[in-house]
Design a protein around this ligand. Structure first.
Ligand code: ATP
Length: 284
């Protein structure tokens, strides 16, 4: 039996870091939504008790460092499953990009294995399993649009943005999330984005207000250390994107665009800056 699962990328419409907690995690406030740029997982049961990961992408780990591997390991241990599984990841989401590709693969693996083995895992248990793999995994399990608090694992569902285009561009640099959080200084932040104002904009389905409320405090760190990201933002604004922001810890920059007629200009203009450019839609 084969199970297919899509693992979409997320973008942050806002990201605020409140403080560092005694357990080492940062307390965050983020509003996230999914876009239709997705990895595709093919999950096949094996009679031998083993976990195998394969991918056409040569640059992701295929062992226990892969978050989909960890998802399989955790489900097998918790539900005492003696069968094995092969997970093929058709990688489409850029890696170490601020788009939660690994977390989304883990979430898709949890969903897929729940179906494969007919486990009927209660929602709360799925979320707990997800959180034990990574802070973004619970959101990737539920999808949609949500406010994430705590270290990112406490979710409140929100109204999705109105249908619009998203152009994503990843400069050819890899940014480590841990490194960006390590350099972040809360006392250096001049302006914090507002989760409340972004929620209102979403409730009103006001595209212009959503663009106005976009904000990410991690830009201060990443843009300072990687001027290419700042240049990319600037280029996207000049090419006419309606709202522009770095996603997560970067380096991917996204532009929200309401009119289809503008998308080609932004997309083609950015291809001069970097190879990895995508024009997709919000998953509403
Ligand atoms: P986030 O936005 O959650 O910080 P990200 O988009 O910045 O995530 P990922 O693409 O998830 O980053 O990859 C971060 C690291 O995780 C990579 O360097 C890679 O080695 C490792 N990794 C583990 N599993 C996967 C996977 N299934 N796909 C991609 N990377 C993975």
């Amino acid at each position: 039996m084969k199970i297919y699962e899509k693992a979409p990328a997320k973008i942050n419409l806002m990201l605020d870091v409140l403080h560092k907690r005694p357990d080492g995690y940062h307390e965050v406030e983020m509003i996230m939504t999914m876009v239709d740029l997705a990895d595709r997982l093919t999950i096949t049961e094996l009679s031998r008790d083993t976990i195998q990961i394969s991918s056409q992408a040569g640059y992701i780990p295929l062992d226990e460092k892969n978050l989909a591997f960890q998802a399989a390991q955790k489900i097998k241990a918790k539900y005492n499953i003696k069968h094995g599984v092969h997970i093929h990841i058709d990688k489409q989401i850029p890696v170490a990009a601020g788009l939660a590709g690994g977390s989304s693969d883990a979430a898709a693996a949890l969903r897929g294995l729940n179906r494969l083995w007919n486990l009927q895992i209660p929602h709360n248990d799925m979320m707990e399993l997800g959180a034990s793999i990574g802070s973004d995994v619970p959101f990737c399990i539920t999808g949609g649009t949500a406010l994430a608090t705590g270290r990112g694992e406490l979710l409140t569902p929100l109204t999705s943005p109105p249908d619009c285009w998203v152009v994503l561009a990843k400069p050819p640099i890899n940014v480590s999330t841990a490194d960006v959080y390590g350099r972040f200084r809360a006392d250096k932040i001049a302006k914090h984005p507002s989760a409340i104002e972004m929620q209102k904009a979403l409730e009103h389905k006001s595209f212009d207000e959503i663009c106005h409320q976009l904000g990410n405090v991690l830009e201060d760190v990443t843009l300072t250390h990687y001027p290419q990201v700042q240049q990319l933002k600037q280029a996207m604004i000049q090419l006419g994107a309606d709202g522009v922001l770095m996603s997560g810890s970067g380096p991917t920059v996204f532009g929200l665009i309401s009119k289809e007629s503008k998308v080609a200009r932004v997309y083609n203009g950015l291809r001069g800056f970097c190879k990895e450019v995508y024009a997709v839609r919000i998953l509403t």
